[in-house]
Design a protein. Structure first.
Length: 223
C-alpha cells in the first residue's frame, strides 16, 4: 500500500513537472522575458508553491528549459549528420529544430545566467550545425551564400506559428491537424529556398554567431 502511494505521488510530481515545462514554453512564447511565475503556474493548472517546490527560482526553471531546448537542437543536428543524403540531413535538422521550438528562448537572452551545461550544449550544437552546412556546401546542395548562422536564424524565426498558437488558444481542436500541416508546408517552402544554386544574391555581410552569443551576455556584465 505504501509503495503504491509513493508511486502515485511520483507520477503526480512528474505530471506536474511536465505541465510546468509545457506552460513555461507557452508563456515565454507570449510574454518573453516578462513571463511571470504566476502566469506559468496558472497555465499549468498548479499552485505557485508547486512550481517553487520543483524550481527554487524562475531563473532555475528557465535554465532547465534552455538545457532541454539546447539538447533538442543538438539532437536534431546530430541526426542530420547521420543521414546519407546531405540535403535530407540538412532539411531534417532544420525541421526538427523548428518543431522542437529551439528558437523560442531567444526572448529571455541576457536575463538569466548561462550555466556550464548550457554553454557546452550550445557549443556542441553550433559545431554540429557548422559541420552540416560545410558538408552541404561541399556537396553543392546548399546555396553558397547561406551560412550556418543564416540557418540558425531561420530556425529561430520559424519557431513560432501564429496560426497554430491562435487555434490552440481558441480551443479549436478540429483545426489543429490542418494548422500543423500548414505549418510544416511553410517550413518546407522556407527550406527549399536554401537549395543551390539559389536566386538573387543575399545581402552582405553574412551574420555572425555573435548575434546569438552576445544576446546571452548581460549588458552590464564586466562593468
Amino acid at each position: 500500500m505504501e509503495n503504491r502511494r509513493k508511486a502515485a505521488r511520483r507520477d503526480e510530481v512528474e505530471r506536474n513537472n511536465r505541465a510546468l515545462l509545457h506552460a513555461a514554453r507557452a508563456v515565454v512564447d507570449e510574454d518573453g522575458a516578462h513571463a511571470s511565475v504566476a502566469a506559468i503556474a496558472a497555465r499549468a493548472g498548479v499552485g505557485v508553491g508547486t512550481l517553487y517546490r520543483r524550481y527554487r527560482t524562475k531563473e532555475q526553471l528557465f535554465q532547465h528549459l534552455c538545457t532541454i531546448t539546447l539538447t533538442d537542437y543538438l539532437r536534431a543536428a546530430e541526426e542530420g549528420l547521420g543521414h546519407d543524403d546531405l540535403w535530407d540531413g540538412l532539411a531534417h535538422y532544420i525541421e526538427q529544430a523548428v518543431l522542437a521550438g529551439t528558437g523560442a528562448f531567444g526572448a529571455i537572452a541576457g536575463t538569466i545566467e548561462v550555466t556550464a551545461e548550457m554553454n557546452e550544449l550550445s557549443t556542441r550544437g553550433d559545431d554540429a550545425a557548422e559541420e552540416l552546412v560545410r558538408r552541404a556546401h561541399q556537396a553543392g546542395v546548399l546555396r553558397a551564400d547561406v551560412g550556418a548562422v543564416d540557418v540558425a536564424l531561420l530556425i529561430e524565426q520559424l519557431g513560432r506559428s501564429p496560426l497554430v498558437e491562435t487555434i490552440g488558444r481558441q480551443g479549436r481542436a478540429e483545426l489543429v491537424e490542418a494548422a500543423e500541416h500548414a505549418r510544416r508546408r511553410l517550413i518546407s517552402i522556407a527550406v527549399d529556398g536554401l537549395r543551390a544554386p539559389g536566386g538573387a544574391p543575399l545581402a552582405e555581410p553574412r551574420p555572425g554567431w555573435e548575434l546569438f552569443t552576445e544576446r546571452w551576455t548581460s549588458p552590464g556584465a564586466g562593468l
